[in-house]
Ligand binder design. Structure first.
Ligand SMILES: *[C@@H]1O[C@H](CO)[C@@H](O)[C@H](O)[C@H]1NC(C)=O
Length: 271
């Protein structure tokens, strides 16, 4: 019964469906995939499996050179109205200028929880690991195992959390030059197309959702993400990222919330 087994070390041939821009998706090996963006279309894929909680690791090498206006997205999402979503979006830039890592969390259809970061390396030179941990207690975004964002489950205090809707993993490469780079001032330069982003070593450890139930791996080492939290070292790292690399947090945007910031911002030490 493979449903009960550990779904680790994903296989791009078996574990994903191409969702759009078929000609732009190239599976180069069981653990190696290329997305490209042409003037006519972007491209994307999603996991076949749905998960109710999990830890998703992927190594990405982002569009290099002049990538202004391109967006590489890597996210979890449920379906239907009032959906839940956990987003990583990488906003390209002109050559030599930094990417922005845009994160957001939607619960029951409502987002507005943006946090943005620069990276401490050039994400176009090498593969780096981007991780979403989603367990019943919290959501953690990690970059090379360094936590950049934590969103705690404060459902008991009246803050909606992604608790009940199973999600798939999605990824896509598309053009958003109406807004992505400096509010749309910098347009995509199509003479550099096709733009290419590479994906490696997809690893989904999660409880697979099937016919109304979730099936978690029985092996306890495969389940450590279930209780994953920040230890002292993780908290130090998160403080370092927030101090030097965070460029926007909705929790610090007092002008945006004249009636008071969202409740989770007031409850969390890291917001
Ligand atoms: C592009 O680089 C400029 C200059 O460093 C920076 O201000 C801007 O935030 C960057 N834009 C994106 C979309 O990352």
């Amino acid at each position: 019964m493979c449903l009960l087994g550990v779904i680790a070390e994903g296989d791009f041939y078996k574990d994903i469906d191409i969702t759009w821009g078929e000609h732009g998706v190239k599976i180069l090996g069981s653990n190696f995939l290329l997305l490209s963006l042409h003037h006519s279309s972007g491209s994307g894929f999603r996991s076949k499996a749905e998960y109710l909680h999990g830890r998703m690791d992927m190594q990405l090498k982002l569009v290099s050179g002049n990538s202004a206006g391109t967006v590489t997205a890597y996210y979890l999402s449920s379906e239907g109205p009032n959906h839940d979503e956990i987003d990583f979006e990488f906003l390209g830039n002109t050559s030599g200028e930094p990417y922005t890592v845009h994160t957001n969390i939607y619960t029951q259809g409502v987002g507005n929880r943006e946090q943005q970061f620069y990276l401490w390396f050039d994400p176009t030179k090498n593969f780096h690991t981007y991780t979403i941990v989603w367990n019943p207690h919290r959501i953690i975004f990690l970059v090379d195992n360094i936590p950049i964002r934590v969103f705690n489950n404060y459902e008991a205090r009246g803050v909606p959390f992604a608790s009940r809707q199973p999600m798939r993993l999605y990824s896509s490469l598309w053009c958003a030059d109406q807004w992505a780079t400096r509010g749309g001032l910098v347009k995509t330069n199509w003479s550099f197309a096709p733009f290419k982003a590479y994906y490696r070593n997809f690893d989904a450890k999660g409880c697979v959702w099937s016919q109304g139930s979730s099936y978690c791996p029985s092996n306890s080492t495969a389940m450590t993400w279930q209780t994953q939290d920040l230890d002292a070292h993780g908290r130090r790292n998160l403080r370092w990222v927030q101090k030097y690399y965070m460029i926007y947090s909705y929790c610090k945007d007092y002008k945006r919330f004249p009636q008071g910031r969202p409740r989770e911002c007031r409850l969390s030490r890291f917001s």
